[in-house]
Design a protein around this ligand. Structure first.
Ligand code: GLN
Length: 539
């Protein structure tokens, strides 16, 4: 097994897309037959992103083995099509917690615990564990944050040491920077990139490749300038102008010669990439011109990152059918406000279907229930994801079964009819971090249901992230009124998928199917939902 590592750092500013660069490099290496895995190292102090607000940090991505991780892991999985795990994301918070636990246990035998070597050793151990657990030939490590951040320094020191220990041909560094465009002088500026490369060198890291983001195409003389001033070979300066789809990036990088540079630097004889299928998918994206409007009725409206996997799952199901997804954000709180609701209903009515995504807390739930009611009564396709499926059950209980005070324990602790409740034995504690049902669980599907017809399988595995469950005391009452429990845990005790009988497409899943959708392999439920949306508008 090869022992190769590629580390991606970022300079100048955040949000340049280090995750997409790591994912694209991973995709190219995988297409050349290498076993690749990707790890995200986050310098912040939270133990994991599970407790962070989606407003600040975007979606919390969940791995098969139940880790709550950075949303970049979603990009990695979509690009390299490999399941990642709890070793694939580590934060300063987790690393310190573990080191301090050891200190309390006396494991350091009276030694003084310091950032170097104790924290840096723990970081190196995390990197080694990620490589070992994934069985990868090449591990790509993305260092979160921007070079120059105080909290990122131990990570830079750890990867610097790794290169020293393992040799230049086994550990290489890619630095991603920005070339800002000045309208007045009509040029791209290289100075921030130069300074960023210098800052990286101050930490003892010599970049092997520099990837330059820019909003426009980068002229050759600018690439040469970056090469000269940053001390990186010209062939190792890779342009990354803004593109219309992130999935174009691997082939663009390949055309810019990144694959040969990687092979040379890592001392790998040949890297024969095969991008044929991937390119077909990219062509499909560009050829999908007919628009289809899908309503997304969530709490964090207009914040793509908060629902990034849902959005990618919708897009992939759409372009797979030759359609371009046009996502309409629905502010469900505004639906509850008579002065604002009319406009929101107008936009809902323009849509071919509604998705109510996952979420926590009561805010906007009233509006989500209205969305479910509207879809049920008007035969509009409805897809509820986790919270969305709970909302769908509450709406049905209230308005079809006449259980007027139906609610979720999450929204009303004292509700008389807790259709959705906290399962006491599932988790003893109610602390906020790490007490959810997390990760992949099996689900048995009932024949002749929408779910079964979509998956064409008896048993599936899907990823969860929630605290509350459907209350089995109400199964009979809802079933009698035409609610279908089409997916349950194999022993039948947990409800995983619900449907409305005699509706073209109204389904809710207690799990998050979006995490398993791939750009070139849309998730069966999203594909089936989009098919139904297409028939709805074409009817
Ligand atoms: N808040 C709900 C629960 O905890 C749903 C969570 C979610 O949508 N991920 O059960």
């Amino acid at each position: 097994m090869d022992k190769k590592f590629i580390f991606v750092t970022g300079g100048v500013c955040s949000s340049l897309g280090k995750g997409i660069v790591a994912a694209s490099v991973g995709m190219l290496l995988k297409s050349a037959g290498k076993k690749v895995s990707i790890q995200k190292l986050d310098p912040y102090l939270n133990v994991d992103p599970g407790t962070m607000s989606p407003f600040q940090h975007g979606e919390v991505f969940v791995t098969h083995d139940g880790a709550e991780t950075d949303l970049d892991l979603g990009h990695y999985e979509r690009f390299i099509d490999e399941n990642l795990n709890r070793y694939s994301n580590a934060t300063t918070g987790r690393i310190y917690t573990e080191v301090l636990q050891k200190e309390r246990q006396g494991d350091f035998l009276g030694g003084t615990i310091q950032v170097v070597p104790h924290i840096t050793d723990a970081i190196k151990q995390k990197i080694m564990n990620a490589k070992k657990e994934s069985g990868a030939d090449i591990l790509i490590g993305e260092i979160g944050g921007t070079v120059g951040d105080i909290e990122g320094e131990p990570f830079l020191e750890a990867i610097r040491q790794l290169r020293m220990e393992m040799g230049k041909e086994n550990v290489i560094f890619i630095h991603l920077t920005l070339l800002p465009y000045l309208k007045a002088s009509k040029e791209l500026k290289t100075k921030p990139t130069q300074l960023s490369a210098r800052e990286l060198r101050r930490a003892g890291i010599d970049p092997d490749l520099i990837v330059c983001r820019a909003d426009i195409d980068i002229p050759e003389d600018i690439l040469c300038k970056v090469s000269r001033f940053c001390g990186v070979d010209r062939e190792a300066v890779i342009p990354a102008p803004t593109v219309s789809s992130i999935f174009e990036i691997p082939s663009r990088f390949h055309k810019s010669g990144i694959t040969e540079v990687l092979a040379k630097k890592l001392n790998i004889k040949t890297l024969q990439v095969d991008l044929e299928d991937w390119q077909k998918m990219v062509d499909q994206i560009h050829n999908s011109k007919k628009e289809i409007r899908i309503a997304l009725a969530g709490k964090y409206t207009e914040l793509d990152d908060a629902y990034i996997s849902v959005i990618e799952a919708i897009k992939s199901a759409c372009f797979n059918r030759g359609y371009k997804a046009n996502i309409e954000w629905i502010d469900t709180e505004a639906l509850e406000d008579e002065t604002k609701s009319e406009e929101v209903w107008e936009s809902i009515k323009r849509c071919a279907g509604i998705i109510v995504p996952g979420g926590f807390g009561k805010r906007g739930v009233g509006g989500k229930i209205m969305c479910a009611k509207y879809c049920r009564e008007n035969n509009v396709p409805f897809f509820g994801l986790c919270l969305g499926s709970q909302v769908m059950a509450i709406e049905f209980a209230r308005n079809v079964c006449g259980i007027k005070n139906a609610d979720s324990e999450e929204f009303n602790k004292d509700a008389k009819s807790k259709i959705v409740h906290f399962l006491p034995n599932q988790s003893e504690e109610k602390a906020k971090g790490g007490t959810l049902r997390l990760g992949a669980y099996p689900c048995k599907l009932k024949k002749d249901t929408l779910a079964y017809n979509s998956y064409q399988k008896d048993e599936i595995y899907e990823r969860h992230r929630h605290r509350y469950e459907f209350n089995n005391d109400f199964r009979g009452a809802l079933e009698d009124c035409g609610f279908v429990f089409s997916g349950t845990s194999p022993d039948g005790s947990l409800v995983e998928i619900v449907e409305v009988k005699d509706h073209p497409w109204m389904l809710g899943s207690q799990f998050h199917p979006e995490f398993l959708s791939r750009p070139n392999r849309p998730h069966p439920l999203f594909a089936s939902f989009i098919d139904s949306c297409i028939s709805y508008i074409e009817k």
